[in-house]
Design a protein. Structure first.
Ligand code: IPE
Ligand code: IPE
Ligand code: MG
Length: 263
């Protein structure tokens, strides 16, 4: 029986079996996700791109719930990049509408599941009606102590680094910090992700082998998982499989690691 089970291909395990395979003592604290492939998912079905975004939204809702139930501390979802303004205006408009729909639909659930919502990126560059909804959800969930849901909107990592440098220069001019003592920890405090541990895992769906200007500083030692699944098809099973894979990896952070040490 056990032998047969071990032989099963990963995708044949039931959700229950997958959940049982996860070591609750070795959970990633922070999972970051590049939710990619909505357009291709729609194209395969001869649907408009926005249909892919709509189903992609359902994946996002599901993944937030699964991460929250697993006991992950932080989930960062890349929802709209600073470069995504280059898309046709109709698509950009639909994405903004979907974001507001998400926040309105999910607020009650976030409260119920103790989820704290936060947006990262140049939020002031978003339309006023989107900003208002972000402010409302952030404020309403600010005292929740469960999963921190970071949604990256109008986010570009190089812009984030420039914003950090500006903050540091301004504080140095006001004598609030001493440049000679600037270290990695202090620098991190000026990023949008301040107070958040670096991602343990980065998941990118749809198989693209690139980072697309996401969390360049924070991903320095993250474990990378690029999966072929398109985002609208990425649900509970796919996330559990990625976490199981994560738990098999040896993170070395530049050391020689456990295996070499034991030889
Ligand atoms: C990801 O899906 C969603 C956003 C970038 C907002 P895409 O829209 O990039 O889908 P593909 O990459 O064209 O398939
Ligand atoms: C990255 O996906 C941005 C988001 C998922 C929001 P893109 O589809 O925009 O990335 P590229 O253009 O393929 O690198
Ligand atoms: Mg894409």
């Amino acid at each position: 029986m056990i032998k047969r089970r071990l032989k099963k291909a990963g995708n044949e395990f039931s959700k229950k079996e997958l959940r049982a395979m996860i070591d609750s003592q070795n959970l990633p604290r922070h999972i970051a996700v590049i939710m990619d492939g909505n357009g291709r998912w729609a194209k395969k079905r001869m649907l408009p791109r926005v249909a892919g975004h709509r189903i992609g939204l359902e994946s996002a809702i599901k993944i937030v719930r699964v991460a929250s139930n697993l006991g992950v501390q932080v989930l960062t979802l890349y929802a709209f990049s600073a470069e995504n303004w280059r898309r046709p205006p109709e698509e950009v408009g639909e994405l903004m509408k979907l974001l507001v729909e998400y926040l309105r639909r999910e607020l009650l659930d976030m409260q119920k599941n103790n989820v704290r919502f936060q947006a990262i990126g140049r939020i002031s560059g978003l339309p006023g009606w989107v900003q208002e909804e972000i402010r409302w959800s952030t404020d309403q969930t600010k005292d929740n102590t469960g999963l921190l849901l970071n949604v990256a909107l109008n986010y570009g990592s190089r812009l984030e680094i420039i914003d950090a440098v500006k903050g540091i220069v301004s504080d140095a001019q006001d004598n609030k910090i001493d440049i000679d003592n600037l270290d990695e920890e202090t620098f991190s405090d000026y990023l949008y992700t301040k107070d958040v541990p670096d991602p343990d895992m980065l998941i990118r769906t749809s198989g693209e082998m690139r980072i697309s200007n996401f969390l360049l500083w924070q991903l320095a030692y993250s474990e990378l998982f690029i999966v072929p699944t398109l985002w609208p098809d990425f649900r509970e099973k796919e996330l559990l499989q990625a976490v199981i894979e994560y738990q098999k990896r040896e993170r070395r952070f530049g050391t020689i690691g456990k295996i070499a040490q034991s030889k």
